[in-house]
Design a protein around this ligand. Structure first.
Ligand code: FO1
Length: 315
C-alpha cells in the first residue's frame, strides 16, 4: 500500500498520477479536513471532495475543485432568499453535501461517509479523512481571527496573515484507519500541497509524529513551490507573511524531521545541494503536472526512486 498525504487541488493531481501508476487497490490518500466548513447546515469538505471528484474523473477541469459542468440553480434560489453566497456550491456538488449530512446524522463517521461516497463513485483507491474529529484552520489577520475559507475564498487570500491555528487539534486524533494504513505503508508521499494549511494539520494531529516515525515505509515530500511560487494557491505568500522564505528549501526545512527524500523541480536545481546538506536525499525532476501523462510520469518517477537501488542510501 502506498499512502499519499494531501490537501486539495495540487495534492489531488499527484494522487491521480499515483492511481495510474499503481494497482487499483494499492493507494490510500489521507486527506486534510481542517479546511472543512459548516454552510447552510451542511459539512463542506473541500479537500476530501477534490480528491474524490478528481479520482472519479468528474472534477471541474479548470478550477480543480467542484464538479465539472455544474450549475448554480440552488445558489440562485438562496440569493432570492436574501443569502449572498460567498462560497460557490454547485448543484451536483450540493448532492454530495446533502448525502454526507444525512449519513452523518444517521450516526456514520466521516470516514464511513467518505467510503460510501467513494464506493458509489466507483473508486478503487481509498480516501481517508485525517480525523473524524472537528478541526478548523483559523487565520489571524489584521488583528482578528477568521476561518480559513473566509480568508481563502471571501478575501481571496489577499489580506496579510499573522498566524495560523488549528482549532480543536489538541483533542482530535487520527482515526484507527489512518494509523493502520500508516503502519502498513510501503511508502508515504507528502503531496505538493500547501505545507502550512494542508499537510500542516495532518502532521499536527496528536500521535501523528509517532505513527509516521514507526511507519516502515520510506517517506517522500514533493515540493509545492517551484522558483519560489506555488503552482496554485497562496502557499508562497503565506510562508513569507509568516516570516519564512518562500522556496523549496524552506519547504524542505519544514519537512526535514518527517521525510528522507525530497522531490525538487528541475527549475530549482541549484537548491539540490543546500537541501542535501539538511540530510535529505533529493530527486530532481519535472514536477509540473498539467496533463494526465505528467501526473502519471511524476508518480512513476517517485515510485521508481523509492523502490529501486537509485533511492537506496544515495544522497
Ligand atoms: N474556492 C474558491 O476560491 N471559491 C469558491 O467559491 C469555492 C467553492 C468550493 C466549493 C466546494 C469545494 O469542494 C471547494 C470549493 N472551493 C472554492 C475550493 C476550496 O476552497 C479550496 O480548494 C480548498 O479549501 C483549499 O485547499
Amino acid at each position: 500500500m502506498i499512502v499519499a498525504l494531501a490537501g486539495g487541488v495540487g495534492g489531488a493531481k499527484l494522487i491521480l498520477g499515483l492511481s495510474q501508476a499503481l494497482p487499483p487497490d494499492g493507494l490510500t490518500a489521507i486527506v486534510n479536513t481542517a479546511d472543512d466548513l459548516k454552510l447552510h447546515g451542511l459539512l463542506v469538505c473541500p479537500d476530501l471532495d477534490t480528491v474524490l471528484y478528481t479520482l472519479a474523473d468528474i472534477a471541474d477541469p479548470v478550477q480543480g475543485w467542484g464538479v465539472a459542468s455544474d450549475t448554480t440553480e440552488a445558489l440562485q434560489m438562496l440569493k432570492r432568499y436574501g443569502h449572498t453566497p460567498w462560497f460557490r456550491l454547485g448543484d451536483r456538488d450540493l448532492a454530495t453535501h446533502l448525502l454526507r449530512r444525512a449519513l452523518l446524522d444517521d450516526g456514520k463517521t466521516l470516514t464511513q461517509v467518505t467510503a460510501s461516497l467513494s464506493q458509489a463513485l466507483g473508486l478503487q483507491a481509498k480516501i481517508l479523512p485525517m480525523t473524524d474529529d472537528r478541526v478548523e484552520t483559523r487565520v489571524r489577520t489584521q488583528g482578528r481571527e477568521i476561518p480559513f475559507q473566509e480568508y481563502f475564498v471571501a478575501q481571496k487570500a489577499e489580506i496579510p496573515i499573522e498566524a495560523v491555528r488549528f482549532e480543536g487539534i489538541e483533542t482530535a486524533r487520527p482515526t484507527a484507519e489512518v494509523l493502520k494504513t500508516l503502519a502498513g505503508a510501503k511508502a508515504i508521499i507528502f503531496c505538493p500541497s500547501n505545507p502550512l494549511v494542508s499537510i500542516g494539520p495532518i502532521l499536527a494531529l496528536p500521535g501523528m509524529r509517532e505513527a509516521l516515525q514507526r511507519a516502515p515505509g520510506r517517506k517522500v515530500a514533493v515540493s509545492p513551490l517551484v522558483r519560489g511560487k506555488a503552482l496554485k494557491g497562496p502557499a508562497a505568500r503565506m510562508m513569507q507573511e509568516l516570516g519564512e522564505e518562500a522556496s523549496a528549501l524552506a519547504v524542505a526545512r519544514r519537512y526535514v524531521d518527517w521525510v528522507e527524500i525530497f522531490v525538487l523541480d528541475e527549475q530549482d536545481q541549484e537548491l539540490r545541494d543546500p537541501i542535501r546538506s539538511l540530510g535529505l536525499e533529493v530527486l530532481v525532476t519535472d514536477t509540473i503536472m498539467n496533463t494526465l501523462e505528467d501526473k502519471a510520469r511524476l508518480a512513476r518517477e517517485i515510485l521508481d526512486y523509492v523502490f529501486t537501488s537509485r533511492g537506496q542510501g544515495q544522497k
